[in-house]
Ligand binder design. Structure first.
Ligand code: PMP
Length: 424
């Protein structure tokens, strides 16, 4: 489609006011004014099916969440240096969703800050400085964490003591995936030790979103976790994308692997759009940090953030959204498999609940086709279905809708998808 003159003006104003570091989605950018449930609306009232936003996890502008935010904002918005019930009520309720060993939580505003705090705590606890991340990982924007986010590209240097490992891609790793991934981690540890670097930790997104969505086989992470611990490092699970029920079978992505992390970072869906994030940890890992340092995050864990996050957790439970993710995600995967026989470009599908990665290929499962993938993403946008692509080869459709997605929404997606596939 063509961009209206008014929207062309917005694009120009963006460049003038916001500078060169931002990127817009789609060849024809989308200009949204309102959201409700799984739908987003432009100024002309056109509805777009949101198949991508995991932030508005319980649905855009969920009335119970909006009401909780508004109510608390009208009473008191303060920080964590005064006593307040709400932040503790929320902390206890959140911790109850974790294995018993993970019994402290600290609040931040962003996932980046949560990972940055994990980085500092891991260094204090282990006395080490070396971190291991996957080849196309994304963990956030602070200086330390951008240095552990190779998906930012070659313009952003890796941190000094950061080592990358290949992602656990079942198409490209030989043999048992758990053993192969652990061997990668062990090689990185050995390389650190050769260079006089003491390992501090392994941090992974437990569904490897930016690496291309690697959900299974469940359990494959356990040997790598054992390897980093044997080397004196900690295991940090980044649950910013897979967490809060999205993967269907479990509340947290790491639970699919039968491991208990030393720390778990949370963000995006935690406040359904309100900036609230956090770091859950085993008490022993923060003893050294807590003895020396104090931590104060002005907005992190304020009463409005806590009330909002509490409402999100209540909606996940009362609307059984983890179960919905499991059931509707399964239906979604079946639908995509049904199309795969008819369209050659549909390669391997990987899925856990409402987190799906569909490889777009040309002539075999290993032949990534980024160009066709981009045409699909833009074709769907023209059909008013919002989606994006991920992975180091930019050829994996990342399907990650709000958890209130229904089977009817899946049917809507599949009809639009089929129409676009017939054209590309
Ligand atoms: N970790 C992962 C896996 C993420 O996807 C993101 C955000 N894309 C972050 C951390 C950083 O979160 P934030 O943008 O809230 O700082």
């Amino acid at each position: 489609g063509d961009l209206s003159a008014a929207d062309q003006d917005l694009v120009a104003r963006r460049a003038r006011a916001l500078g060169p570091a931002y990127r817009l989605f789609y060849e024809t950018p989308v200009h949204l004014v309102r959201g409700e449930g799984v739908w987003l609306y432009d100024g002309d009232g056109n509805a777009y099916l949101d198949t991508y936003n995991n932030v508005a996890s319980v649905g855009h502008c969920h009335p119970a969440v909006v009401a909780a935010t508004a109510k608390q904002a009208a009473i008191l918005s303060s920080h964590t240096r005064y006593l307040h019930d709400t932040v503790l009520d929320y902390a206890e309720r959140l911790l109850a969703t974790f294995p018993a060993e993970l019994s402290h939580v600290m609040f931040t505003c962003t996932g980046s800050e949560a990972n940055d705090l994990a980085f500092r705590i891991a260094r204090a606890h282990t006395g080490g400085t070396g971190f291991i991340v996957t080849e196309n990982a994304y963990h956030g924007v602070t200086y330390a964490i951008a240095g552990m986010s190779p998906s930012l590209g070659e313009g952003v240097a890796l941190g000094e003591h950061v080592r990358t490992v290949r992602a656990p891609d079942p198409l490209r790793m030989q043999g048992d995936l758990g053993a192969a991934f652990a061997a990668e981690v062990q090689a990185a540890i050995d390389d650190m030790l050769r260079h006089g670097i003491k390992p501090a930790g392994l941090i992974v997104d437990t569904i490897f979103s930016s690496d291309g969505v690697f959900e299974g086989p469940a359990g494959f992470l356990a040997p790598a976790v054992a390897a980093i611990r044997a080397a004196g490092g900690v295991f940090i699970a980044d649950e910013v994308q897979p967490g809060f029920g999205r993967c269907g079978d479990t509340m947290w992505g790491f639970q699919r692997h039968g491991v208990v992390p030393d720390m778990v970072s949370l963000g995006k869906p935690m406040g359904n759009g309100y900036p609230v994030a956090g770091l859950v940890m085993q008490p022993r890992v923060i003893a050294a940090f807590g003895a020396k340092a104090r931590y104060f995050n002005t907005f992190g864990g304020n009463a409005v953030a806590a009330a909002t996050a509490m409402a999100v957790l209540e909606v996940i439970e009362s609307e059984a959204l983890q179960e919905n993710a499991r059931v509707v995600g399964g239906y979604f995967a079946d639908g995509l498999r049904g199309l795969a026989g008819r369209f050659e470009c549909l390669g391997p599908l990987r899925a856990a609940g409402l987190f799906l990665g569909q490889e777009i290929v040309a002539g075999g499962p290993l032949k990534a086709d980024a160009a066709t993938c981009a045409r699909i993403v833009n074709g769907l946008r023209e059909a008013r279905v919002l989606i994006s692509a991920t992975g180091p080869r930019s050829n994996v459709l990342k399907i990650r809708p709000p958890l209130v997605f229904s089977k009817a929404n899946v049917d809507h997606f599949l009809a639009a998808f089929e129409g676009v596939l017939a054209k590309v």
